[in-house]
Design a protein around this ligand. Structure first.
Ligand SMILES: [Fe+2]
Length: 429
């Protein structure tokens, strides 16, 4: 039996099954959840006048059902807000996000990037086909093929764990068209790379990854003239644009096997740390670690991509913008970790060496961030090297005259007409 109750009479431990307003307009991702924190009590009191809760018997029955089914959610009232899940996810949204310090480094690189790229190319192609087909399905009103999406995200996770540089390299192959599909893919790769850096286990990475892959699925219901409008959106148009978040949640509600943690990415990637985001106006750690991560990687990819309304920024400039937005738009510690993870000299950056040569950063060095591997493209006299010379700054520390060799400065994208993707260390792509 459910009981109608005034929000002021609510307390922790109660299981809310219904609100006095539609769930979609609230920060709670799914219908039915147990109140665990004062913040949730506060949110309910702000949003509602009364709610329905399960009576003691019903609650006990539901809990018994949950532990029997092992799904962590009652069968008819799929759960909830990220923080309260009794998922087998311990390192993510259910934890307090650290304020400082380094995450555990769980994963030594297992393959060199050249080797990983051979597999990553296949994985990326498969992922691209999958996201196109999922978006087509959603466009036609068909439900999301969750098993297919999970399979491909699993492959991406494995590649990222072996060596994240390969898939990150492939995200540099940008096309202006088909933005939503390819953006989704890149946000997935970036979220996985950051998750790996944060020391998430494979299971957690898979959940983060599938949310990231489908984070913008609700854009399918937004008119193209708004999505691709070159000028700034009007107030009304922006209101329509914002709807892609609840739209996405709605589309995924009907998908089987889609976890609430993954939905946190879909529902909260436009929330901002200071509360200035949408769709729910959450702030601080309440947004959840997955929500906060997706805000960072989504913005990073958007500003490093060519769009109808702006040209892309270099990785370094994008990182600088995000860094300036820490505390305000983005979680400060997660911002720092993202920058750590992308490297001081992100893959694909054009750099000038202390020798005067010009190069492209081709792989990160996760332990010595100032000393990545660089493909030297132009000589000190700015003449092309043919073939391109690859130097590993870990081993090459001094030139033949005994002068130190290091990166002097990073150059803006497009300098000397260099297209970094020409130097992906792979033979066929
Ligand atoms: Fe979005």
């Amino acid at each position: 039996m459910k009981t109608k109750i005034d929000v002021h009479d609510l307390c922790k431990g109660m299981y809310v099954t219904e609100l006095d307003r539609p769930w979609l307009g609230t920060p709670f991702l799914f219908q039915g959840f147990e109140i665990h924190t004062n913040e949730e009590l506060e949110q309910l009191r702000q949003l509602c006048q009364y709610v329905y809760v399960l009576s003691g018997d019903e609650l006990a029955r539901t809990q018994a059902q949950r532990s029997r089914s092992g799904t962590g959610a009652p069968p008819t009232t799929r759960t909830i807000v990220a923080k309260q899940l009794d998922y087998a996810v311990t390192e993510t949204s259910s934890r307090a996000i650290p304020k400082s310090g380094m995450p555990p480094s769980l994963y030594p690189d297992q393959t060199p990037v050249e080797e990983e790229l051979q597999q990553a190319v296949e994985v990326e192609r498969n992922a691209r086909e999958t996201i196109y087909s999922i978006l087509d399905d959603a466009r036609l009103g068909r439900s999301v093929d969750t098993p297919r999406a999970k399979k491909v995200v699993g492959q991406m996770t494995e590649s990222i764990i072996r060596n994240p540089d390969a898939l990150v390299w492939l995200t540099h192959l940008k096309k202006k068209h088909e933005y939503t599909a390819l953006h989704s893919l890149r946000v997935c790769v970036l979220a996985l790379a950051l998750g790996r850096h944060l020391g998430y286990g494979p299971e957690t990475l898979n959940i983060l990854g599938i949310g990231a892959l489908l984070h913008d699925i609700g854009k399918l219901r937004i008119p193209l003239d708004i999505l691709d409008k070159p000028e700034a959106l009007t107030r009304d148009e922006f209101e329509i644009m914002k709807q892609h978040v609840p739209n996405g949640l709605k589309i995924l509600e009907s998908a089987e096997g889609f976890s609430a943690h993954a939905l946190e990415v879909v529902g909260r990637h436009h929330e901002r740390y200071n509360g200035n985001g949408y769709a729910f106006g959450l702030s601080g750690d309440t947004i959840g670690e997955f929500g906060l991560i997706s805000a960072i990687v989504d913005t990073y990819d958007a500003i490093t991509s060519d769009r109808s309304y702006h040209l892309s920024l270099s990785a370094a400039d994008a990182l600088k913008i995000i860094y300036e937005g820490r505390e305000k738009a983005y979680h400060p510690w997660l911002t720092e970790q993202f920058i750590q993870c992308m490297g001081i000299f992100p893959i694909g950056s054009i750099v000038e060496m202390s020798t005067g040569s010009i190069g492209v950063v081709i792989t990160a060095n996760r332990t010595r961030r100032l000393r990545p591997r660089v493909a030297l493209v132009l000589s000190p006299e700015k003449k092309p090297y043919t073939p391109v010379e690859i130097v590993d700054l870990m081993t090459l520390t001094h030139d033949t005259k005994g002068k130190p060799v290091e990166i002097k400065t990073m150059l803006p994208s497009g300098t000397f007409g260099i297209n970094p993707t020409d130097y992906i260390p792979i033979q066929h792509h």
